[in-house]
Design a binder for this molecule. Structure first.
Ligand code: MSP
Length: 658
């Protein structure tokens, strides 16, 4: 079985996760899932970069020790990823003992190879970049990244003989045209190598200036330069030098943005070469997300919060937008308007509409069973061919990190399927009693929809699972559908006649731009002839219910609530409050969550053990008599009756209630 190893940068813990971090990690997740779908053995690594000056400064600002500080922010990265349906296999922290030992072993190896020397050095140090700049690299005497004046520092340090490897590296990049991709970044690196500005790399910091780092194995007065330490995460997480995962998964694929091109394209290959290790397969470099064409920054107050976007618009829609909107390699501009218009155009109008129309017609004409097709006509074979071409292109483009183009190719099929419905007009065939032709048309649609849903598993895992289930398929958000994706291309097989499918579908409701409110997808009103007017009149006859005593909330407020299903793992009485029980509930977050609830009058702690409950997770934590509650369990109460809200199917812990 082929193996596939994908990494993201390990993120600095001096800031909370934002749109940029979310993008890279969503892309890595989509790549990991895509390779799983191709039947490969996949390992997906992300993590946090926790050493260096920046961290010390950020911790000081908050009055914390570096360790307390890094633990808090690293946890916030780890907690966010599952919320974005990101399923990384490993999470590496550069403060992990294992990572530290690996960095020291690597340093020793490079030292023993004679590639590290001690020397006096004066250089222009930028605290923002945590690195020295040569005279040539500065722009008008300023750091080219931060546009600030670096400090001139002269001190004795250890150096890595990077310059020794630069001619070899240049030749390697010339010989391997996609080692760094897309091409513009390869050209940038070649220009860097030709400029002569690159020298040996200073890889130590004296402890009198910085202690928050990994001690050099050959000099306890120094710690390791943060970049030399951080890059090694890609192999420390695999158990280098003799871990089985290292054997199996190295070399891998790296995914980074253009800001950290140089360390990945120059330092890291030189380090690997010096230590006698193989180079990674590809460095995949993407552009920057801008917000209304401006750089995201705390001071401008325009930092986009991925959690808020996914809560308001849905995780899958957000992931789709990120992958569809940015052409990998170029910068892209983020705005909620652009997000809403993609959701409405591609997801509600095109994909949601297709599912809604076809499933309701299958219910109406075939009792929600996949009909058996008869002979295919030219229009049907045209769809079959388009389906093959779209899928083929999707697979090729996705594998080539051209996600936007891959999705566009799939949407050519989705739009063609909607047109095919309009042209074939199943409602007319039904009226004419032409059931054979009707069966063929519906079969063509349903099988092509299944293939579309399969391709979308890497992009929108939860929606893909919903679509597949609606088509009577077994599917799991965390387990790649058991198919051979490449074998799915070029046929209309895969959906057995007789399979029972859902009768309604409302996967991507349309978002009303004015109120932020959601309406039914257009497709709900278009499924067949006559239904629209019937629905209208029946809607008018429905009595208007009284207004809720609590007033109205708008849709965004409602979808902003994070309500989930969990299992009670522990229950006991609150030590200081008779009516309150202290629960530890598993919501699939990796740790259980403490929730305090006024249930003691209605349930004994024993009766709650193992119970499935529903709870709001994003209420601000509340302290009750000395203990903190991180959520609220939902209950129904009337007169003297009282009941916990549960679920009537065995959905996994962490399932969202929406
Ligand atoms: N710790 C280093 C990486 C070490 S890897 C061995 C670092 N961390 S970082 O927190 O600054 O993360 C940088 C990465 O975050 C970028 O390369 C990119 O993956 C992501 N992004 C941060 N801001 C971004 C945008 N505005 N747009 C897109 N991605 C960006 O550098």
């Amino acid at each position: 079985m082929n193996s596939f190893f994908i990494t993201t940068p390990i993120y600095y813990v001096n800031a909370r996760p934002h749109l940029g971090h979310a993008y890279t990690t969503v892309v890595a997740d989509a790549m990991a899932r895509y390779h799983k779908l191709l039947g490969e053995d996949v390992l997906f690594l992300t993590g946090t970069d926790e050493h260096g000056d920046k961290i010390v400064q950020a911790a000081e600002k908050e009055g914390k020790t570096p360790k307390e500080f890094v633990d808090g922010i690293s946890a916030s990265f780890q907690a966010l990823w599952p919320e974005l349906h990101i399923a990384n296999d490993r999470f590496v922290r550069t403060t992990d003992a294992h990572h530290i030992a690996t960095v020291q072993a690597f340093l020793q190896r490079v030292y023993d190879a004679g590639d590290i020397y001690f020397g006096e050095f004066g250089g222009h140090y930028c605290y923002g970049c945590e690195r020295f700049y040569t005279e040539k690299e500065l722009e008008n005497g300023l750091c080219p990244q931060h546009l600030t004046k670096p400090e001139y520092i002269s001190e004795k340090n250890y150096f890595f003989r990077m310059s020794k490897y630069l001619p070899w590296l240049k030749q390697y990049i010339l010989d391997n045209s996609d080692f760094i991709r897309p091409e513009r970044y390869r050209a940038e690196v070649l220009a860097m190598l030709e400029s002569g500005a690159l020298e040996d790399l200073c890889i130590s910091r004296p402890k009198n200036r910085l202690t928050w780092g990994i001690e050099l194995p050959f000099d306890s007065e120094y710690v390791c330069y943060v970049w030399f330490d951080a890059l090694i995460n890609y192999i420390s997480a695999l158990g280098w030098p003799d871990g089985r995962d290292y054997e199996k998964f190295w070399p891998g694929e790296h995914l980074v943005a253009k800001d950290i091109l140089k360390p990945h394209a120059v330092f890291w290959p030189a380090m690997l070469k010096s230590a006698g290790l193989r180079l990674y397969h590809h460095l995949n470099v993407h552009g920057y997300w801008l917000v209304r064409d401006t750089k995201m920054s705390k001071s401008l107050g325009n930092v986009v919060e991925p959690r808020a976007m996914s809560n308001i618009y849905g995780t899958d829609a957000f992931r789709y937008f990120l992958l569809r909107e940015m052409h990998f390699g170029s910068d892209a501009s983020f705005s909620e308007e652009a997000l809403v218009s993609r959701i409405n155009a591609d997801l509600a109008n095109d994909l949601g509409n297709l599912f809604s129309r076809v499933l309701s017609m299958t219910a109406k004409y075939f009792g929600s069973r996949v009909p058996r097709p008869k002979d295919l006509q030219t229009d049907d074979t045209a769809i079959a061919e388009l389906c093959a071409v779209s899928m083929h292109n999707f697979i090729q483009l996705f594998g080539n990190v051209q996600f936007a183009q891959g999705l566009e190719s799939l949407w050519e099929l989705v739009r063609a399927l909607n047109k095919y419905v309009d042209m074939q007009a199943p409602w007319r065939l039904a009226k004419q009693g032409n059931m054979e032709r009707l069966a063929t048309v519906m079969y063509v649609l349903l099988t092509a929809m299944r293939k579309t849903a399969l391709c979308l598993w890497p992009v929108m895992p939860s929606a893909s699972v919903n679509m597949l289930k609606q088509l009577g398929q077994v599917a799991d958000q965390n387990q790649a559908p058991v198919v051979q994706l490449e074998a799915e291309v070029g046929n209309l097989d895969g959906l057995a006649p007789g399979t029972i499918v859902a009768s309604v579908s409302n996967i991507f409701p349309r978002i009303d731009v004015k109120s932020g409110d959601q309406k039914k997808p257009k497709g709900m009103q278009q499924e067949g002839q006559g239904t629209q007017s019937k629905r209208k009149s029946s809607m008018c006859e429905v009595p208007v219910p009284p207004k809720s005593a609590k007033g109205e909330v708008d849709f965004a407020q409602f979808t902003g609530l994070d309500i989930r299903v969990g299992t009670v793992k522990k229950a006991e009485k609150h030590p200081n409050a008779d009516r309150i029980l202290r629960l530890e509930v598993d919501f699939g977050e990796g740790v259980t969550r403490q929730i305090l609830s006024g249930l003691a009058e209605y349930y004994t702690p024993e009766a709650l053990l193992g119970k499935r409950v529903c709870a709001v997770l994003n209420l601000a934590p509340r302290k009750i008599r000395g203990l903190v509650s991180y959520g609220m369990v939902l209950t129904a109460s009337g007169d003297s009756q009282f009941s916990l809200l549960g679920v009537d199917r065995d959905v996994p812990d962490g399932s969202e209630i929406a």
